[in-house]
Ligand binder design. Structure first.
Ligand code: HEM
Length: 179
């Protein structure tokens, strides 16, 4: 059995079918998300999750929404699981990494930017660089206008599963800052 390198550090065995993507192997850089100089990997998130449960913080935090959660609501970002949006995993997103099929993750939400990529005022290369993965830091860091944020809504196609979110958890605990 041989294996092929795939975009963004993923690798898969050549006899693997599309439906068996769960056995994809990844290098540490693609299973981790770098934000504000802090690298949170999924193991760390799980640990945080368990710790918060043990400390009983989860229920008390959830009972009273934080100011950030209220601000997020105003921006249209929910702090809970939005049943209306399809849940799309990072693994699935990583397959959409070309100029003809470009998905980005910004603040735990998934955007299909394929139609927009060639018209992006900042050029197509910057979008392509983040195609198939998290672009939050780049998007926020390049100081986009409110207009750009509104435009983003046109391309919204889903959100990350709660276990893969780094800005919101399913119980509303916010881990990082967002736009
Ligand atoms: C779907 C996601 C994105 C949308 C909808 C979007 C939209 C826009 C819009 C409307 C502008 C014009 C200026 C403004 O209104 O702020 C712009 C400029 C720009 N964008 Fe994006 N953008 C996206 C993602 C990104 C990403 C991931 C980067 C990565 C660095 C980026 C980098 C830039 C830069 C550098 C400019 C400035 C161009 C200039 O002033 O010459 N954008 N973007």
């Amino acid at each position: 059995m041989s294996y092929d390198r795939q975009p963004h550090g993923a690798a898969r065995f050549s006899n693997e079918s599309q439906s068996e993507r769960s056995i994809i192997l990844r290098e540490p850089t693609s299973s981790a998300m770098e934000l504000s100089g802090l690298t949170l990997n999924f193991r760390a998130l799980n640990l945080l999750d368990k710790t918060l449960n043990l400390m009983g913080k989860r229920s008390s935090n959830y009972a009273k929404p934080s100011p950030e959660a209220i601000a997020n609501k105003k921006l249209g970002y929910s702090d809970k699981c939005e049943n209306s949006l399809p849940i799309i995993s990072l693994e699935e997103i990583s397959w959409h990494d070309t100029i003809d099929d470009c998905w980005l993750v910004i603040c735990d939400y998934v955007y299909n930017c394929t139609e927009f990529i060639k018209n992006h005022p900042g050029g197509q290369d910057v979008l392509l660089e983040y195609a198939g993965r998290d672009a939050t830091l780049a998007f926020v860091g390049s100081g986009h206008s409110q207009g750009a944020n509104r435009l983003l809504e046109k391309f919204l196609i889903g959100e990350l599963p709660p276990s893969e979110r780094i800005f919101r958890t399913v119980d509303g605990i916010k881990i990082g800052d967002c736009v």
